[in-house]
Ligand binder design. Structure first.
Ligand code: BES
Ligand code: ZN
Length: 640
C-alpha cells in the first residue's frame, strides 16, 4: 500500500465513523428514534466539527457539454480541535482534486473520498484536513464539475427560450439541490458569504443572488460578491441573453429582450411593495431587490434568491393581477432569507410567515377586498390539499426523516401557516402581532430558527404578557395536529358571495350568460367562479361559457389552468389543443401537476397524458420530472 492509498483507507474508516449515522439506511432507522429538532436530517455535513464561513466559486459554463466546471474555495472554521475531516454534501458531482490552500497561496494536495450514494441526499464528500484550535480557520480548494443531470440545474436549448436564439441555464437550489452544483455544507442551519467568477459564452450574461458587479470584465468573466451571509439554498446562478431595466431606486428586472418591456410594465409596483414591507416589518437588509424572468420551464412560480428573485414568466398576465407572487418573494427578504428555517421540518416558518406578510403588502397596495379574495382562494386551495394528504403531512412541523423535502410540498406550510398567524392576530390584536414579528426579525436576523425556538420566543415575547389569550394545547394543535383547528379564523369575501350567486343562477338557468356580471370580474373572481363549478357541467354549457368569455384562449395562465381542470373533468374536447400546448410549454409544477393528475383518472385521459408527457418530459426540470414520473408513469421516481 503506498502512502496515498494508506491515507485514503484511514480516511475511509474515518468517513464511516463521521457519517455513519446519516447514511440512507440509518435515515430510515432514525425515523423510529426520537426526533432531534435542531438536527438536519438532509445533510451529511459535520457541522458540529467544521463550519464553512465563506465560499469562493470560479466556474466555467459549458452549454454544449451541459457542465459547470471549475473550483470552489471553502473557508472553514474549526468547532472541534481534534477533528481531521471536513464532510461536505454533493450529488452527482465529479470531484477531481482537493487541496489545502496555504496562507501564501501555495496548494497542498489532500486526500478525499466520495461516499456511496444515498438517493436524493447524494454522496458525502470527506476531505482530510489538519486539526487545530477551536475557532481557527483553514481554506480548502476543490476542483470539480457537474453532470448533465444535476438536479439543481436546468439547461435549456434556444427553442425553450423567449428569444429562441440562445441557450439558457438556471439553478434551483432549494431545498437540497445546491449540492448538485457546488460541494458544500448544504444545510439551512449555517450561513456563508460568497463571491464568484463565472465565465459565460459570448453574448450571454451571468447573474447571481448577489451583488452583480458590472461586467463582463474580460472574455466573458462575470464577478459577484455576496456580503450578507446566506444559507446554501439561496445561492443561485442564471446565464442567458438578458437585458436589464430599472424599476425604482432599489428595484429592477432582468429578462430576455422580447419580454423586458412587458415584464417592466407588469412589475411596476415592486418599489412600492418594498416600501410597504419596510414600513411594516423593518428595514430591508439586502440593498437591492432585482428580479429575473426565467423561461417557462422554471418549475416554481418564484424563488426568493436574495437580491435577485427568480420568476416564472407565467405571472406576466398583462393586467398585474398575479403580482402577489412578487409580494411573496419580496416578503421572504424578511421571513426566510433574514430569519431562516433551521431544517426542512421548519419550512412552514419560511412560507407561512411569508404568506402572512405577502397579504399585508397586498392590502397596503391594493386594499382589503383584494386581500380577502386572495386569502379565500388560499384557503380553498388548502382545503383541496387537506382532502388528499395523509395526516402526517397535514401538520406544520412535518417529520421529513428519510424523505425528500420536495415530496412533502403542499399548501399546508403556506396557508395553514398563514391561518396560524391569523388566529394569533385574532387573539392578541393586529398591532401587537405586527410589532412581535418586527422584533422577531430583528432578534433572529441572519440566523436560523426551529419550530420549538419560534414557539418559545412567541410565548416569552407575545403571550406571557397576555395570560389566557392562548392555551398551550391550542399551540400544540396548530403546530403538531393534522387538519385545521376549530378555532381557526376563516377568511371571507363579499365579492365572492356575489360570484357564487351568479354561478348558481347561471347553472340553474335563471341567469343568462349575457346577464352575468363577468365582464367586470377580476382574475380572482374568475378563479373563484371556475374552481367552484360542480363536478359535472355538460360540455355544451362549457362551450357557451367559452364562446362568451374566451376561456380556452385566455392569456392568464392561472385562469387557463383552472379552466383546463374543468375541461378535463367534463371532457370538453375543444380545449384539448390548448391543454396540449400548455403542458408542452409550461414547466411550473403547480400549474401542470394537477392537470396530469386529473387526466390520469380516466383511460382516455391517461392515454392523452402519457402521449403528451413523453414529448414534454425532455423539456421539464429534473424537479418536475421527479414529481411527474410517478403520476404519469405510475412508477416510483427515479432516484437520480
Ligand atoms: N421558496 C418557494 C419556492 C420553493 C419552495 C422552492 C420549496 C423549492 C422548495 C417560493 O417562495 C414559493 O413559495 N413560491 C410559490 C409562490 C408563492 C406565491 C406561493 C410557487 O412557486 O408557487
Ligand atoms: Zn415562498
Amino acid at each position: 500500500m503506498d502512502a496515498r492509498a494508506r491515507a485514503l483507507s484511514t480516511l475511509g474508516a474515518l468517513a464511516a465513523l463521521t457519517i455513519g449515522s446519516a447514511g440512507a439506511g440509518a435515515a430510515r432507522a432514525d425515523a423510529d428514534a426520537e426526533l432531534e429538532s435542531r438536527r438536519d436530517y438532509h445533510s451529511f455535513a459535520n457541522t458540529a466539527q467544521m463550519q464553512v464561513r465563506h465560499v469562493e466559486l470560479s466556474l466555467d459554463v459549458d452549454f454544449e457539454a451541459r457542465r459547470l466546471s471549475g473550483t470552489v474555495d471553502l473557508d472553514v472554521e474549526r468547532r472541534n480541535e481534534n477533528a481531521t475531516t471536513l464532510v461536505l454534501d454533493t450529488r452527482d458531482l465529479v470531484v477531481r482534486e482537493a487541496w489545502l490552500v496555504e496562507r501564501d497561496g501555495r496548494l497542498e494536495s489532500t486526500p478525499f473520498e466520495l461516499g456511496a450514494t444515498a438517493g436524493t441526499l447524494g454522496e458525502p464528500l470527506v476531505v482530510r484536513v489538519p486539526s487545530g484550535a477551536i475557532g481557527s480557520r483553514f481554506r480548502v480548494r476543490i476542483s470539480y464539475q457537474t453532470r448533465p443531470q444535476a438536479s439543481g440545474l436546468q439547461w435549456l436549448g434556444p427553442a425553450q427560450t423567449a428569444g429562441r436564439s440562445h441557450p439558457f441555464l438556471f439553478s434551483q437550489s432549494q431545498a437540497i439541490h445546491a449540492r448538485s452544483w457546488i460541494p458544500l455544507q448544504d444545510t439551512p442551519q449555517l450561513r456563508v458569504t460568497y463571491s464568484a467568477r463565472v465565465r459565460a459564452p459570448e453574448g450571454l450574461r451571468a447573474v447571481m443572488s448577489a451583488e452583480n458587479l458590472p461586467g463582463p470584465a474580460k472574455a466573458g468573466w462575470f464577478s459577484f460578491r455576496m456580503p450578507q451571509p446566506v444559507p446554501s439554498y439561496l445561492i443561485a446562478l442564471a446565464v442567458g441573453r438578458l437585458e436589464y431595466r430599472a424599476l425604482g431606486p432599489r428595484t429592477g428586472i432582468y429578462a430576455e429582450p422580447p419580454l423586458i418591456e412587458r415584464a417592466a410594465r407588469e412589475f411596476a409596483d415592486t418599489e412600492a411593495m418594498l416600501e410597504a414591507c419596510e414600513r411594516l416589518f423593518g428595514p430591508y437588509r439586502w440593498e437591492r431587490y432585482d428580479m429575473l424572468v426565467l423561461p417557462p420551464a422554471f418549475p416554481y412560480g418564484g424563488m426568493e434568491n436574495p437580491r435577485l428573485t427568480f420568476l416564472t414568466p407565467t405571472i406576466i398576465a398583462g393586467d398585474r393581477s398575479l403580482v402577489s407572487l412578487i409580494a411573496h418573494e419580496l416578503a421572504h427578504s424578511w421571513s426566510g432569507n433574514l430569519v431562516t428555517n433551521a431544517t426542512w421540518r421548519d419550512f412552514w416558518l419560511n412560507e407561512g410567515l411569508t404568506v402572512f406578510l405577502e397579504r399585508r403588502i397586498l392590502e397596503a397596495l391594493y386594499g382589503e377586498k383584494r386581500r380577502e379574495m386572495e386569502d379565500v382562494l388560499g384557503l380553498q386551495s388548502l382545503r383541496r390539499d387537506l382532502a388528499e394528504l395523509a395526516p402526517r403531512d397535514q401538520v406544520l412541523a412535518v417529520d421529513l426523516r428519510g424523505r425528500d423535502p420536495d415530496d412533502a410540498f403542499s399548501d399546508v406550510p403556506y396557508e395553514k401557516g398563514r391561518l396560524f398567524l391569523g388566529w394569533l392576530e385574532a387573539r392578541v390584536g393586529r398591532e401587537p402581532l405586527e410589532r412581535f414579528l418586527r422584533e422577531y426579525f430583528d432578534a433572529f436576523a441572519f440566523r436560523s430558527v426551529t419550530t420549538e425556538e419560534f414557539r418559545a420566543h412567541l410565548e416569552r415575547e407575545l403571550l406571557a404578557a397576555r395570560p389566557g389569550a392562548v392555551r398551550a394545547a391550542e399551540l400544540d394543535a396548530w403546530l403538531h395536529a393534522p387538519g385545521l383547528p376549530d378555532s381557526a379564523v376563516l377568511p371571507r369575501s363579499e365579492a365572492f358571495a356575489a360570484v357564487d350567486a351568479a354561478r348558481t343562477g347561471w347553472l340553474a338557468g335563471r341567469i343568462a350568460l349575457a346577464a352575468l356580471p363577468a365582464r367586470e370580474w377580476s382574475t380572482f373572481e374568475w378563479l373563484h367562479f371556475l374552481d367552484n363549478l360542480p363536478a359535472v357541467v355538460p360540455p355544451e354549457r362549457l362551450g357557451e361559457l367559452d364562446a362568451a368569455f374566451g376561456l380556452t384562449a385566455a392569456g392568464n395562465a392561472e385562469i387557463v389552468h383552472s379552466w383546463l381542470r374543468v375541461a378535463i373533468r367534463n371532457r370538453y374536447a375543444a380545449a384539448w389543443p390548448r391543454l396540449e400546448e400548455f403542458l408542452l410549454t409550461i414547466g411550473r409544477r403547480k400549474l401542470i401537476r394537477p392537470l396530469y393528475e386529473d387526466l390520469m383518472r380516466t383511460t382516455d385521459g391517461a392515454r392523452f397524458a402519457r402521449e403528451v408527457y413523453a414529448r414534454a418530459r425532455p423539456g421539464y426540470h429534473p424537479i418536475a420530472v421527479a414529481t411527474l414520473d410517478p403520476i404519469v408513469r405510475g412508477a416510483p421516481a427515479r432516484q437520480r
